[in-house]
Design a protein around this ligand. Structure first.
Ligand code: CAA
Length: 247
């Protein structure tokens, strides 16, 4: 196994944590990010991970800020070496039906879920291409594929990720840099647990597999797409949603 440096943004969320574990299981050096101002919680998460046998280096990162992403990347590369694997996972929801959706809810979700793709990937992309190897996985969503009542902002951002992914997959293709999306369905995670119980129950009723997904089931898709021998898979989307939406 070749050890590479893998960055997972939003590492401490339900999905991010599983992705960090999967990256270590693949033999990589794993770097996570935490929101500036949440250092204490991040350190105790890091300690808990260590207790479970997972070493994750963590640095503060605001994915909505291009300059901050550049300095995060510079720090990581100085401490750990060139970043070969990037999982753009950080994301938020600010749900509400369009008639009540406020400009702040729109902007926060677009900035965190879509602007972040550019902010984190642009500063890394040229050096990945120069080194002839890169694996980029952008975490989209079932709700970017099908749309979701109450998520005009989130669905728009997550759908935008597909265009970004396919465009830069073409730019990286001859340079050994693959770029793919993973679209989780409803996963047993803190984000999904915010959905009102009655709404969530009716969503689960519509999942053919009959249950929420587990974070490890998304991490498995990320591990697959970041593998050394995944070099012919680029510009695609891997839906992991228990059959809820079949495109
Ligand atoms: N389709 C059609 N109509 C719907 C509907 C749906 N899916 N859901 C609700 N409605 C209707 C209701 O029946 C109600 O109709 P009436 O006014 O005629 O009675 C009306 O819309 C208002 O609905 P609510 O009472 O639910 O409105 P609310 O303001 O209390 O809540 C909401 C709105 C916050 C969007 C809430 O419906 C909600 O949380 N929905 C779930 C959103 C969701 O799935 N978020 C996913 C979060 S997890 C995630 O995003 C991860 C991922 O990638 C999958």
């Amino acid at each position: 196994m070749t050890q590479r440096v893998a960055v997972v943004t939003g590492a401490q969320g339900g999905l991010g944590e599983s992705m960090c574990k999967a990256m270590q299981d693949q033999g990589h050096k794993v770097i996570g990010s935490y929101l500036p101002g949440t250092e204490e919680a991040a350190k105790s998460w890091q300690k808990k991970m260590k207790g479970d046998g997972f070493e994750v280096e963590i640095f503060p990162l605001d994915v909505t800020d291009y300059d901050h992403c550049c300095s995060f990347i510079a720090t990581v590369e100085k401490e750990a070496g060139p970043i070969d694997i990037l999982v753009n996972n950080a994301g938020i929801t600010r749900d509400g039906p369009l008639k009540r959706l406020q400009p702040e809810q729109w902007s926060a979700v677009i900035q965190t879920n879509l602007d972040s793709m550019y902010n984190m990937t642009q500063p890394l992309f040229a050096s990945m291409c120069d080194r002839g190897f890169g694996r980029i996985v952008n975490i989209s969503s079932l709700n970017g594929e099908k749309g979701q009542f109450g998520q005009a902002n989130y669905s728009a951002a997550k759908a935008g990720i597909y265009g970004f992914t396919k465009a830069i997959a073409q730019e990286g293709a001859r340079k050994g840099v693959t770029v793919n999306a993973v679209s989780p369905g409803y996963i047993d995670s803190p984000m999904v647990r915010q959905v009102p119980e009655n709404v969530l129950n009716s969503i689960i009723d519509g999942i053919p597999v009959g249950r929420l997904g587990q974070p490890e089931e998304i991490a498995r898709a990320v591990a697959f797409l970041t593998a050394e021998d995944a070099g012919f898979i680029t510009g695609t989307n891997l839906s992991v949603n228990g059959g809820q939406y079949m495109s």
